[in-house]
Design a binder for this molecule. Structure first.
Ligand SMILES: [Zn+2]
Length: 244
């Protein structure tokens, strides 16, 4: 088997390696579930709730592990060539903590890409303090020159982001870029019109593209409930999903 490589992608694998990943990763997920059950039994309600869904996608952003608010955890077969078994266990715990810490509801109106990283910083230090391993590129307070034991809200506002290059200001650079754009155009009349558009909240339909508060991009595959309280099921890269 090829040596572990944090930068390896699905397209780098041979057909035999891809087949091996598809075959072995679901088993690795179930093994991680049992090991976590033994190591952190107080999280058993979350651990047993996880549904593991293998995902095969050529989008580099999807070649990782992700969760939605219902603990449907999507794992890409390439992860077995990127992370050790111990690191995969740490990442499963990481996904549980995204849900246990309420990151989906706490996102509010924040930029989701930045919020996901701020959330990662909040929970990764806990995962390591609990004695688990994480991949070497995991986001930690030291990575962003911030103190430990703070919440994602703090990190979102206080971290100095490593990008764009040369950035020295605190706070999400993406959110700031978006705020600057309307200020440059100065369209006062257009701004006044905005409050009049008090339409209902977004009504999701099957096929809509969506990004979750943890940064997972996907497609709406089912919708139930009333328009103002929808229960939406999302599948990352729906066309590339394999398995049940
Ligand atoms: Zn995360």
């Amino acid at each position: 088997m090829r040596p572990l490589d944090v930068n390896v992608t699905w397209d780098d694998l041979t057909p035999a390696e891809q087949a091996e990943g598809i075959r072995k990763v679901p088993r690795m997920m179930e093994r991680a579930r049992l090991q976590l059950l033994e190591a952190v039994p107080f999280l058993s309600a979350f651990i047993m709730k996880i549904e593991f869904h293998p995902v095969k996608s050529n989008d580099p952003d999807d070649q990782t592990m992700m969760t939605d608010r219902y603990l449907r955890v999507y794992s890409h077969p390439v992860i077995m060539y990127k992370w050790t078994t111990e690191q995969i266990m740490g990442i499963v715990l990481h996904e549980i903590k995204h849900v246990a810490h309420g990151h989906f509801d706490r996102a509010r109106q924040r930029n989701l890409k930045c919020w996901n990283i701020a959330g990662d910083v909040e929970i990764n230090q806990d995962v390591i303090a609990d004695g688990f391993e994480l991949p070497s590129d995991a986001w930690l307070p030291v990575t962003i020159q911030c103190p430990e034991k703070k919440l994602a809200e703090f990190y979102y506002d206080e971290m100095i982001w490593p990008y764009p290059k040369g950035n020295t200001k605190k706070g999400c650079p993406i959110a700031k870029q978006k705020k600057k754009k309307p200020g440059k155009k100065k369209p006062p009349e257009k701004k006044k019109r905005k409050p009049k558009k008090k339409g209902p909240q977004k009504v999701w339909k099957v096929g809509d593209k969506v990004t979750t508060p943890t940064g997972m991009k996907g497609t709406v595959i089912s919708v139930s409930g009333p328009d103002d309280n929808q229960d939406v099921t999302i599948m990352p890269g729906a066309a590339n999903v394999i398995g049940a």
